[in-house]
Design a protein around this ligand. Structure first.
Ligand code: PLP
Length: 469
């Protein structure tokens, strides 16, 4: 395959389509080669013309990806990158896994769309597979199209079940982009409009590195966060909350891992006030954290409702809410989802879970996660501007600071490292309230030698940043 030739052809056809449109609008435009720009710049120029400006690429100089395979992607100029962020932890089996591709192709040729008005075998198989891996008696699923939509559905389900409305979320949380999901999100940059949804309050994030009260043991931290949740319930709600919702590891927040014992205590508190515990497993689900299928299992807690998306279907758009029969049965009014349970996406999900089981991704994530963590710890010991290394399994992050004593967040260094890694041919992610945390979350099938390559490239990128600080 000649990637660059293929890329050239694709971009030329895009460019000529753009030229056709421009001509029909009475303006002339130079072609990509005439302008002397890269293929990415040519595509981005068109993006700026036709797509909302708020749909912003990650890099200063946008990266346009033409194709992917396993842990690698290739841009339109033929340059290959190791992908250690997996489309935001979503291509859980790597890009274009053959089993997922075959399932999608086969199902698309059989029946591609139905809506939730009809029954189909793929949706039932996917729900059964979820019930088999879910903890406790979480066995009823509603399929949606995204994490955001699943969050909305989970909150509505909790409200219908309890007959209450007030929701408690966590500061630093990210749950999505609709009104309700943005209202429980607690990052100003991701809350574009002022809050208009009532009945939402936020408890302290279990962010030990930045705990306002200094160093404390896990037990002490849990006690402080527990007292805060109780106070939030008793002072900012009517004392009858519908639910407490939390990511098991705060993803966009910068992979914030709560202390040992945290979820046992928080789930106990919300239940003692008659509310439900909703676990957002959008990032941490499906073996990502190692050893278990779901992040919450590390705390040995069975949630009342679980929310899933991202890695669930190998890159195809699926959101899911799983709960008990009793809670699911509380939703008696009409509801419908045109694309929910779409057979092509369900086929991708069934294939993805099949590969995950066959490849034992829970063990792989544990082992490759330990390999990654050891390398990040070495970098953390070498560079004082790495304030903390944290994460679980194949969800590992480094928090960058201007000075380890003041812990001043450093979006400046994080931006430099993100770009230096790209120059090394490595794709990583960014997060944290200030954009100061570097996040890694590669395919769960990443091999040992590929991980060595990831850490070597990241090490060189860190050296470049250190040299230019
Ligand atoms: C923890 C968490 N919940 C929910 C969402 C929303 O998912 P989506 O972008 O599919 O709507 C995200 C997205 O990043 C997320 O990280």
């Amino acid at each position: 395959m000649s990637t660059s030739l293929r890329g050239t052809t694709d971009v030329s056809s895009l460019a000529s389509r753009r030229d056709d449109r421009r001509r029909s609008h009475g303006t002339a435009s130079p072609s990509n080669s005439e302008a002397g720009t890269s293929h990415a710049a040519a595509i981005f120029a068109q993006q700026q013309q036709y797509i909302f400006d708020c749909v912003r690429p990650l890099y200063d100089e946008p990266l346009a990806i033409a194709e992917g395979s396993g842990c690698r992607v290739t841009d339109y100029d033929g340059r290959e990158y190791l992908d250690a962020f997996a489309g935001i932890l979503t291509t859980s089996l790597g890009h274009c896994h053959p089993a997922v591709v075959a399932a999608v192709q086969e199902q698309a040729a059989r029946v591609g769309h139905l809506s939730t008005l009809y029954v189909n075998d793929r949706q039932v198989e996917a729900a059964r597979a979820l019930a088999e891996i879910s903890p406790g008696d979480l066995g009823r699923t509603f399929f949606l199209n995204s994490g955001t939509e699943a969050i909305e559905t989970a909150l509505a389900t909790a409200r219908l079940h309890t007959g209450r409305t007030e929701i408690i979320a966590l500061r630093q949380a990210y749950h999505g982009r609709t009104s309700m999901a943005a209202a429980i999100t607690a990052h100003a940059p991701w809350r574009v409009l002022p809050g208009t949804v009532t009945g939402i309050t936020h408890a302290l994030s279990p962010y030990a590195y930045r705990a306002p009260f200094g160093d404390a043991s896990d037990e002490e931290l849990v006690e402080i966060y527990a007292r805060d949740l109780i106070e939030v319930i008793e002072t900012t709600t009517n004392g009858r909350p519908a639910a407490f919702i939390a990511e098991t590891i705060q993803g966009v927040g910068g992979y914030i891992v709560p202390p040992k014992g945290y979820f046992q205590r928080m789930a106990g508190i919300i239940r003692s006030y008659g509310g439900l515990f909703i676990a957002d497993e959008v990032q941490s689900g499906f073996g990502r954290t190692g050893t278990h299928w779901f992040g919450i299992e590390h705390w040995d807690v069975v949630p009342d409702i679980t929310v899933m998306a991202k890695g669930i279907a190998g890159g195809m758009p699926v959101g899911a809410v799983t709960t008990t029969s009793e809670i699911a049965g509380s939703w008696r009014g009409k509801t419908i989802s045109t694309f929910g349970g779409n057979p092509v996406c369900m086929a991708a999900m069934v294939a993805t879970l099949g590969v995950m089981r066959a490849e034992d991704v829970r063990t792989r994530a544990r082992d490759r996660g330990a390999q990654l963590r050891a390398a990040l710890d070495r970098l953390g010991a070498r560079y004082p501007w790495i304030g903390e290394v944290r994460g679980m399994g194949l969800m590992q992050a480094i928090e960058l600071v201007e000075d380890p004593a003041t812990k001043e967040p450093s979006p400046r260094l994080a931006g430099k490292l993100l770009h230096a890694a790209r120059d090394e041919g490595l794709l990583i992610g960014i997060g944290g309230l200030h954009g100061h945390v570097i996040r890694l979350g590669p395919s769960l099938l990443i091999e040992e030698d590929e991980m060595d390559e990831v850490t070597a490239r990241l090490g060189r990128a860190c050296a470049t940043v250190a040299a230019g600080r």
